[in-house]
Design a protein around this ligand. Structure first.
Ligand code: MN
Length: 403
């Protein structure tokens, strides 16, 4: 049985920083988070360069650990070419899905978590001074979480010619949820709130929840979440689009392209199976009709059959009407964020039209324009992902639509 992965990811500048030095990679089967450090935008340079190098190496078939070492070399070299970027570095926490396992590469204090059967477990060690002290038994987790020097790293990528990068493998089970996050998330958000957010079935909504929670807790740092949900495949109709986990398949990145998020909702999905079932039932009845012994004359039989056919047509029409009513109800319960004449807008319904009839209506229109958004925020709008009302409103706040 194949395992199937669905992902969601989001990064946010937080409430107190002027730049976002976090970077994430979502190129199935590779997922990564990098949290850069260093003055004069060097942190941004370091995390982006590390993420790009890692993704490019993995795409060309380099094993994950070696790809992370290549990222170390790239950042270290750049830091030495440019005086302003001396001393820059980054965390890197990444995994590649390989069959029924996740292979990790990890250095720094970004974290990897695994949620299984409702229990959250941190699978990465924090390479920070307080993290080392916790492992030595000199500090408790609780003391470490509020320690004034908790952000001092004991290991980072790009600060030394050779980095000590952890490598480990976790076996995966259907229902597992993996989270990669920067310390701007794991710091302010409690483990229990992380656990609750990850139990949402939609990984993108889980990532958004986590970012919102970190902002609610003050958002002191840049916040990044990559959520990957593992399920048994293949899925039935009406499920969201899935990304197959192809073991050791270097072409997998091309299969999914470079879309940061894969989210597709199918608005016919609810109606179609019902009609198919009705058709099948009608066919079955007609067949049984033909085979059933009928003592009546041919003429009477024909009439009876046409009466039955009328009944079947009526039944199909009734089903169709019910499907349309269900569709109309469905449209009033789903929302997405799109653009109306350049302005960010919450729509009720689904994107697209049937003939000239749009399947959505303006729910709330913002004065904030699409053009004013950052590129990563634009991707979120471009996705036109379907959400419940609460999630649409949450995202609209996250996008700053109501200044
Ligand atoms: Mn950070």
């Amino acid at each position: 049985m194949t395992l199937v992965a669905r992902h969601g990811a989001l990064t946010d500048i937080g409430l107190h920083r002027k730049t976002n030095e976090d970077t994430f990679v979502v190129r199935p089967p590779l997922y990564a988070v990098c949290d850069g450090m260093g003055g004069a935008n060097a942190g941004e340079v370091a995390s982006e360069l590390a993420a790009e190098t890692l993704a490019a190496e993995v795409a060309r078939g380099t094993p994950l650990h070696a790809a992370a070492e290549a990222a170390n070399a790239a950042v270290f070299q750049r830091a030495h070419e440019n005086l302003e970027q001396t001393g820059m570095g980054t965390t890197l926490t990444a995994f590649v899905l390989e069959g029924r396992t996740a292979r990790f590469a990890h250095i720094g204090d970004s974290r990897a978590y695994l949620l299984r059967d409702g229990e959250l477990r941190q699978v990465s060690d924090d390479h920070s001074l307080v993290g080392e002290m916790v492992r030595d038994g000199r500090l408790t987790e609780e003391e470490a979480a509020v320690h004034p020097h908790r952000s001092i790293l004991s290991r980072a990528l790009g600060t030394e010619p050779q980095a000590r990068i952890d490598e480990f493998v976790e076996d995966l089970l259907p229902g597992d949820v993996l989270l990669l996050c920067s310390d701007g998330l794991s710091g302010p958000v409690s483990a229990d709130d992380i656990r609750v957010a990850l139990t949402r079935s939609d990984p993108q909504q889980a990532a958004e929840r986590l970012i919102l929670e970190a902002r609610r807790q003050g958002g002191p740092d840049n916040i990044t979440a990559v959520v990957v949900r593992i399920d048994e495949g293949p899925h039935g109709a009406g499920e969201e689009e899935t990304t197959l986990v192809r073991p050791a398949d270097p072409e997998a990145a091309e299969v999914t392209g470079e879309l940061p998020f894969v989210v597709v909702a199918d608005d016919d999905a609810d109606a179609a199976p019902e009609l198919d079932a009705a058709d099948a039932l009608a066919a079955l009845r007609a067949e049984q009709d033909g085979e059933a012994p009928d003592p009546a004359t041919e003429a009477v039989r024909r009439r009876k059959r046409s009466v039955r056919r009328l009944g079947i047509v009526a039944a199909i029409l009734a089903l169709l009407a019910a499907a349309l009513a269900a569709g109309a109800f469905y449209l009033s319960t789903v929302f997405f964020i799109g653009v109306d004449d350049g302005a960010l807008t919450i729509y009720s319904g689904v994107p697209g039209k049937i003939g000239p009839v749009p399947l959505h209506a303006v729910y709330r229109r913002s004065v904030v324009t699409y053009d004013s958004l950052s590129p990563s925020a634009r991707t979120l709008v471009d996705e036109q992902q379907l959400r419940d009302r609460e999630d649409a409103l949450d995202l609209s706040k996250l996008l700053g639509m109501w200044p």
